[in-house]
Design a protein around this ligand. Sequence first.
Ligand code: NI
Length: 227
Amino acid sequence: MILQIPRVLTPDEAADFVRRLADAPWADGRITAGPQSGRVKANQQLPEDGALARFLGERLLKALSGHPRFVSAALPRRVYPPLFNRYGEGMAFGDHVDNAIRMGPQGGPPYRTDLSATLFLNDPESYDGGELCFGEGLDARAVKLPAGDLVLYPASTVHRVNPVTRGVRLAGVFWVESLVADATQRDLLFDLDAAIGEARRDLGDGHAVAVRLVGAYHNLVRLWART
Ligand code: NI
């Protein structure tokens, strides 16, 4: 499932990220690419161990941990510290699949990437191109979101960023190691969680249907989660 999650950051918070990134020490984005993706990646990226990347990354992780829709969809076990990137005119990232494993920062344990995420940071009207694209032909989807909105998708998905033809595109990207590695199981839990929300709202928390649905949800998590 390719999922849009609105307002992970408020417009004011996103604008603050953009201000802080204006004079950032950008480096060549290929520093974190694998051998295949390095050939098609042409963008700039904040060095991940720099003070600004860490500061903004921690703010973003805090926003994510308090966002019920993100938690319900991703069931995060660990979130890789966000990277921040910049696409100026002519920059793009061709078709690729994100690396399955990312080494932990400072030699920590490796992360398995179950989900990939892009947080759009600046006003989509301020640049042309820069869509995050999935698939081909009838299956093709192009995603370009308001500042502060997130797109979350299975890390197994082939994707690309279209060339920016005017202005600058700023985004945060990160990966989630989920408690539930299988995308089909995760999507089913997300649907069930949404149904539980509706049952609790319409019937009340104490209604027998709500109680049974909550029980089924937790029993499926017990079955499928790997901690
Ligand atoms: Ni990617």
